[in-house]
Each structure stands twice: as structure tokens, then as C-alpha cells.
Write a new protein. Sequence first.
Length: 220
Amino acid sequence: MKRHSDPTIYIQLKNRVTIPKGKGVMLRDVAIIITEPEYKELLHSVLLIQPQQSDGNLILIDMLRIIPCIQKLVPGANIESFGEGRTIVQIADSAGTKKPSTALFVLVWLILFFGSALTIMNFHADVSMQEVQIRIVEMITGRRDEHPYVFQVAYSVGIGFGMVIFFNHLFKKKWNEEPTPLEVEMFLYQKNIDHYVIHQEYNKMKQVEGSEHENRGDSG
């Protein structure tokens, strides 16, 4: 039978969290903890790290840093970890909360709009889309029309409607709960960035450990 002094602590780290600049990283910020009520508030108040300017705006915290802190606070605790064994802490600069520029938004929107329009027009020119449309109208009506505007307008509306269905998004409205292709690509992009950050942070840790080992060897 387990003693009351040896609680079991279930902990799951979050994938990525954002902390305001100047604030210390607490255990409650990076992890979900399940344990006895008398230990939960105590563990939530554990300070894992006080970010410094030299740490940059991304900090990697893994279970190897958290477990000693918990054992120091609750000796003999049984720690059960679930999910990923690490989390990325992003230090948010107060300057990053300013309102986006309307002029910059309009500029980016215009670039994307005309860039997409030119891409579609160049594609249609490469595949001789106008000649194809003239031929289709000729097959349907029995006469050749060099400027089948009705067909072209309907075709253009169809492209726009098809894009709305494909991206599952119209302004702020979504047709269903499925993620849009853009959301999926952004998710994969963020996931790749996180993997890269984790790899780089572990390399930095190894370099620091190697430098400390060399310094101890020189001093010995």
C-alpha cells in the first residue's frame, strides 16, 4: 500500500506555450498536472526558468529539467509522464501586440490578388483555354463565336465557387468543421519549425555541456 507521503504525479507537457517577456516560466504554464490536491497548487508554483536576454525568444524545456524540480519539492514522488517529453516556450515581446497595419494588409492583399490572377491567366494562355472555350461553345450551339462572353463569365464564376468549396472558407464562415487546406499546411509548417527548434536547442545544450566538460578538464 502506497504511503500518503509518496504521491503519484501525472504530468503532460504542452506542445508550445507563449509567455510574456520578463515573466518566469512556471510549471503550470507548460504542463497539465494531475495529483493529490495538497500537492497540485504547490507544483503549479514551481519556477522552472527565468528567461534571460541571452536565451532568445524560444526556449526548450524537457522532462529532464522538470523531474529534478518536482523531486526536490516532493521527495519520493512517483512521476508518470505522458505525451511529448518536451515543450517549446515562446517569449512574446510586448511590441508584438500592436495592431496590424491596415495599409500593409491592403498591400499584401493586392499583391496576392493580382499575383493569383496573373497565374491563372498565364496558365490559360499556356493551354489555349480561349480556343477550347470557343470550340466548346461551337459544339453546343452549332455556330462559332470568337468571343463567348456568356460561357467565359460562367466559367469564371465556377472557378471562384470551386475555390470557395475547396478551401472550405468564405471570409469568416466555414461550411463544416474540417480544416482548410491552408490550415493543414500552416499546421505542418509550424510542426516542422518546432522540430527544427528542438533539434537546434538540443545541439546548443550539447555544445554547452561539452564546453563545461572541457573547462573542468583544464582546471583539473
